[in-house]
Design a binder for this molecule. Structure first.
Ligand SMILES: Cc1ncc(COP(=O)(O)O)c(C=O)c1O
Length: 486
């Protein structure tokens, strides 16, 4: 399609998406055109100024949509040359029907209108700022469930896969906010995402099976699979996430691959859509399962959260894992696994025998919190707060510790990585931190055993659960320790 025909065609497509925000309509028009092969790889797209004038939208609207498309790997920018459709994506790979977009279902769109707890040490990562949590509201909703809920508290809660109201709320959220293709009947409610990892390991792995995980990786992933008899091997992570070529090069193909495509843990890189497609294709060819661990995608600071990989293609081999322990708070202990329909009954049996159901009153409270749009509102508030803290801390680290540390990606999550400019004895550093009440967590502590360490070591700079004063104190202590190294 040439440029002027495209602008006409897609203007119609753009106008057809009438209920969405303008930014989202531009984004979807381009995304759909790339997926449908109407825009060819390498084709130049109009400048933001040109498109804004043509489609009668603000230029910022187009810029935001382009940024999101670049972040997801549909478009790429070339310095001085403009914006282009990204490299080859296989024809006919994507689902024909739309997975629904943010706010595409009017009922799901939230209208934006808003003690002291345990002190966390700097730079602990992955915990929430509880002072910002609407605890009084939560208690009211919880008390309501305990006093007068429709179900009996006097039972064992082993319903089909968890409290239906929560499974429905999660399914609606995943379809509209995360692009996940699922129904309530495919969801299992769990006490966080760790039991989901354990469930997948129990369901899919036989002793001696190979399981590929990203190197570095969250330790709970490695441990669960290893304890269930798997031979766990690490796969490198580059600037685009898990390196699929390494999977291809393996003589014994893995039965399961665990990936964090939206934000790699702990490095923070996002897997562009082209690499995701490569991974899904590889899995289709080899018959491997993919466990997508989408642990904190809500907190992306520029643009909208990146959609989940599960929604990209027909997903009979993808298990999608999510959690509220990051977006709300860790002790909530509620997560979920989306299971392909064909294997749901087997997973359900294991879920029941493992008594994996969290307390139903808590599930019902969360369901109402989501239904009433408090969840969306809270996540939006926290995203703003965390973005501010992240920026503040990155600036302090650059200013005070720039001699030793280079700040990595700061576009989302609850921590960023500061890479060492020169090799450092990280065990000593962590021990010195502990003595002074700080958490200096090296990336190498997440290296997969037997995978040869990590390419470049660094520290995790958590910023979510404390304010500037605590962060400043952490920077001061770290500087003192680094200076003491000589
Ligand atoms: C990447 C990743 N996956 C899974 C988990 C487990 O989280 P939870 O069981 O608290 O939901 C964590 C916890 O830090 C994590 O970092």
């Amino acid at each position: 399609m040439d440029r002027s025909t495209f602008m006409e065609f897609d203007r119609a497509n753009f106008l057809g998406k009438g209920k969405l925000f303008a930014y989202r309509r531009v984004y979807e028009a381009f995304r759909d055109a790339v997926r449908a092969g109407q825009l060819a790889a390498g084709q130049k797209v109009p400048s933001s100024r040109e498109l804004a004038a043509r489609w009668s939208v603000a230029r910022i609207t187009v810029t935001q949509a382009y940024e999101q498309l670049v972040a997801e790997g549909y478009l790429e920018t070339r310095r001085g040359a403009g914006t282009f459709v990204a490299g080859e994506l296989p024809d006919g790979f994507f689902r024909a029907e739309s997975v629904g977009g943010i706010g595409s279902d009017g009922a799901e769109v939230c209208r934006v209108e808003g003690q002291r707890y345990l002190e966390q040490p700097a730079f602990l990562s992955g915990c929430a700022d509880l002072e910002a949590f609407p605890m009084e509201l939560w208690l009211k909703l919880y008390a309501k469930q305990l006093r007068g809920s429709a179900y009996s508290l006097n039972n064992y809660g082993h319903g089909e896969g968890g409290y239906l109201g929560l499974r429905e709320a999660i399914a609606g959220h995943l379809r509209t906010q995360r692009g996940v293709c699922c129904e309530a009947g495919q969801i299992l409610i769990l006490s966080g995402s760790q039991p989901g990892i354990e469930l997948v390991a129990r369901a899919l792995v036989k002793s001696g099976d190979r399981v590929a995980v990203e190197n570095p990786s969250y330790r709970g992933i490695v441990d669960s699979f290893r304890l269930n008899g798997a031979e766990v091997c690490g796969v490198s992570v580059d600037g685009q996430g898990l390196v699929v070529d390494e999977l291809r090069g393996m003589r014994k193909a893995p039965r399961v691959v665990v990936a964090t495509p939206v934000r790699q843990f702990p490095l923070g890189v996002a897997m562009p859509v082209g690499r995701q497609v490569e991974l899904l294709e590889w899995a289709r060819e080899t018959g491997a399962w993919i466990l997508e661990d989408d642990y904190d995608s809500e907190f992306r600071f520029r643009g909208k959260p990146l959609p989940a990989m599960q929604g990209l293609a027909s997903s009979e081999r993808i298990l999608y894992l999510g959690t509220f322990t990051r977006s709300l708070f860790p002790d909530l202990r509620i997560g979920y696994l989306v299971v392909p329909k064909a294997v749901y009954p087997d997973f359900l049996t294991l879920w029941k025998t493992g008594a994996m159901n969290p307390p139903v009153a808590m599930q019902a409270t969360l369901a109402e919190f989501m239904r009433e749009c408090h969840y969306q509102r809270h996540v939006r508030k926290m995203r703003k707060l965390y973005a501010k803290r992240c920026k503040w801390l990155a600036e302090r680290v650059e200013a005070e510790l720039g001699k030793w540390i280079e700040v990595g990606l700061t576009d989302g999550g609850m921590h960023f990585v500061g890479y060492f400019r020169k090799a450092v004895d990280v065990e000593w550093l962590a021990a010195e931190g502990r003595k002074r009440g700080c958490v200096f967590m090296p990336i190498s502590s997440y290296a997969v055993p037997g995978a040869g360490g990590v390419e470049r070591d660094g520290l995790m700079f958590g910023f979510s659960s404390f304010g500037e004063e605590k962060m400043l104190e952490g920077v001061r202590v770290l500087k003192e320790v680094l200076e003491g190294m000589g």
